[in-house]
Design a protein around this ligand. Structure first.
Ligand SMILES: [Fe+2]
Length: 224
């Protein structure tokens, strides 16, 4: 069956297998109807009825959805931002061959950062095998390294020092650094790479708004 722009079937098949039916579809008719039809145009009706359904009439439409249709700024109309989850089980460790026994999983890519409207080059979950190392290097982005598992040696301002899980390093762009496994098990760290830009506006702490959505687990006594 072929149906025209107005929902009326143009031609129907006879129910026979492999039957070929033919009909003329004219997109220009749909464009013309979209432009000229009123009563049959549902989108037009939706807005128009909202406009006149006020006692005594209204010069300006009193309903916000009219503006929302245009601006799409209503939370219901706007494209909904969603939390993205990357499960560890879906990720593979990738060897970084320019170092020694260094593996990484990229948990935030530059494209991910773009999608969230933030400036970030990459966030890596890194694993350094026993005897492995992130060899001395520098780069054109700043790096924040947070050790999550094990003990490491860090090349820090020209000296080697020992650090362990929980410690955090702030490495400016252009500064040589290196992290070496100093443990009997693989060490792990989160490395956040942030672009450095001239004329950066001053950073500031963020604002948080709590919303009254119940959590689905009992909370500790005294918690709200
Ligand atoms: Fe680095």
């Amino acid at each position: 069956m072929i149906v025209g722009f107005d929902g009326v079937p143009i031609v129907r098949g006879g129910g026979r297998p492999d039957e070929i039916v033919a009909g003329e579809v004219r997109p220009s008719l749909a464009r013309e109807a979209r432009r000229l039809w009123g009563v049959e145009n549902n989108i037009y009706q939706f807005g128009h009825r909202g406009y006149v359904a006020v006692d005594g009439g209204a010069r300006d439409c009193p309903y916000s959805y009219m503006k929302d249709l245009v601006t799409k700024e209503s939370s219901e109309m706007a494209e909904e931002a969603r939390t993205k989850v990357i499960e560890a089980t879906s990720m593979e460790w990738e060897l970084m061959p320019q170092h020694v026994e260094l593996y990484h999983r990229e948990i935030v890519s530059a494209a991910d950062a773009d999608g969230m409207g933030v400036r970030a080059s990459s966030v890596l979950w890194e694993k350094i095998g026993v005897g492995g190392a992130v060899l001395p290097h520098y780069h054109n982005v700043a790096e924040i390294i947070h050790i999550t598992v094990g003990q490491v040696r860090l090349l820090c301002n020209g000296e080697w020092r020992t650090y362990r899980a929980g410690d955090t390093f702030h490495v400016p762009a252009g500064v040589v650094h290196s992290v070496v496994n100093d443990d009997t098990v693989p060490t792990e760290q989160i490395s956040i790479f942030l672009p450095v830009e001239e004329n950066m506006p001053a950073n500031r702490f963020f604002e948080t708004v709590q919303v009254p959505v119940p959590v689905d687990r009992p909370l500790a006594k005294g918690a709200k």
